[in-house]
Design a binder for this molecule. Structure first.
Ligand code: NAD
Length: 258
């Protein structure tokens, strides 16, 4: 179904675990050339790469803290040096940083949350843009930027997650500008907006709490990272979504219906 992803060059930020790692695995199975990125080098990197490289594609690890703008440029450069260009960028790195209600928010926390969730996607996309444009021109189809939003981008976020929700809403919004001004470059921009997925993001909750929260969703449970991964393949594949741009696909088990 995703045959056109074979050999595609895919950069996925924040992908050493959780939703990002499931995406790396899915693209590797589709035969793509993938860079897994993390702020730190995982302790089990060698074994992880050996496993991922047995799936049918080619996977490398590129360390970079994408909340640092200079590192975003260096990451893109390193990727292009390795694979010769970029066909697909997935802006997945993100997180709460911490839970802080309004009275506790200071400048440092504001910067940390927005740098990780908003600035990172903007800066990596900015640096990737000429390469995505060149790839689209070369292959005569489209390149694809997929950013990871959140249900919190609609709802405003849970306790202490207001800044996080706003940073994701910012992404949902700025994509519209990118579509308006860069469709002419042959680049499509879409967003995958997860609901509540069982990853380290929810490490502050025990299993009973997760089950109780999940039972309130129409699907009755949290999502699993591998249930999000096919949506990235869909938006990356020109054959599947070549006329789809500027959209937000909600993968949330019915938790929220915008
Ligand atoms: P996770 O914490 O399991 O994974 C986050 C990944 O980002 C890790 O690989 C980590 O190394 C990486 N990362 C963190 N800071 C980084 C930095 N500065 N530079 C580079 N990499 C960095 O979380 P997850 O649940 O897999 O989240 C993935 C994305 O999905 C995030 O954007 C998150 O906001 C979003 N999301 C998650 C949920 C959920 O319920 N899990 C819900 C909505 C949205």
């Amino acid at each position: 179904m995703f045959d056109d992803l074979k050999g595609k060059r895919v950069l996925i930020t924040g992908s050493t675990q959780g939703i990002g790692l499931a995406a790396v695995e899915a693209f590797a199975r589709a035969g793509a050339k993938v860079a897994m990125n993390g702020r730190r080098t995982p302790a089990d990197l060698e074994a992880t790469l050996a496993r991922l490289n047995g799936l049918g594609g080619e996977v490398v690890f590129l360390q970079a803290d994408v909340s640092d703008s200079a590192a975003c440029g260096t990451l893109v450069e390193a990727f292009v040096e390795r694979f010769g260009g970029i066909d697909v960028l997935i802006n997945n790195a993100g997180g709460l940083v911490a839970r802080k209600p309004l009275p506790e928010i200071d400048d440092a926390f504001f910067d940390a949350v927005t740098d990780l969730n908003s600035r990172s996607a903007l800066m990596v996309t900015k640096h990737a843009l000429p390469h995505l444009k060149a790839a689209a021109a070369q292959n005569g189809t489209t390149s694809s930027v997929i950013s990871v939003g959140s249900v919190a981008g609609y709802t405003g976020g849970g306790p202490g997650a207001g800044l996080y929700g706003a940073a994701k809403a910012w992404l949902h919004n700025i994509q519209k500008n990118w579509v308006a001004f860069h469709t002419k470059d042959g680049i499509r921009f879409n967003m995958v907006s997860p609901g509540t997925f069982d990853t380290a993001f929810h490490a502050d909750k025990d299993e009973d709490t997760k089950a109780r929260i999940g039972s309130g969703f129409p699907m009755g449970r949290f999502g699993r990272p591998e249930e999000c991964a096919p949506t990235f393949l869909f938006f990356a594949s020109h054959a599947c979504s070549g006329y789809i741009t500027g959209q937000v696909l909600d993968v949330n088990g019915g938790q929220y219906m915008p």
